[in-house]
Design a protein around this ligand. Sequence first.
Ligand SMILES: [Zn+2]
Ligand SMILES: [Zn+2]
Length: 176
Amino acid sequence: MNSGREAGASLEHPHAQLLGIPFVPREIADELAGFARFSGSCLLCTTWEAEVVVGHRVIHDDGDIVVLCPFWSGTPFELLVVPKDHDPHLHAANDALLAATGRAIRDALHRLRAVVGDVAYNLVFHSAPYRVHDDYHWHVHALPKLTTRAGFELGTGVLINIIPPEIAARDLRAAS
Ligand SMILES: [Zn+2]
Ligand SMILES: [Zn+2]
């Protein structure tokens, strides 16, 4: 989903794009490899469980959904929306969970606007490829466009984040 020109929005209003593609895109392939390397348990189940215990990167926890600033944030105020129940597939989620996801995203975006103003952002829903049945956990990325990729980022693929996720989460929690 795109909101704002800096986020690639070609329309005045926020809009979503849904399309089927006949291959697994690289972002998902890279994440699948990450889940596969994380032996013993689920990468995202382990992440949200650990983050809820320490709390300093968590913005929202309603029992069904956790919103946090991931410790691996590559851009300022990057957010990760994770359902607590392990499921690889977004399309298998029930209506109550989808509604909770929507409320969590709405709350997080309100907080984001309160802290940084009316920023452009992308929302990305990541779900496992249809035939993948384990080693993935669907989630949503919220990626505000507060900085642009400069020469170092473009030349190396290495991101420089000027706001630590702990600081971003603290500010977002404090916003109402
Ligand atoms: Zn999981
Ligand atoms: Zn993802």
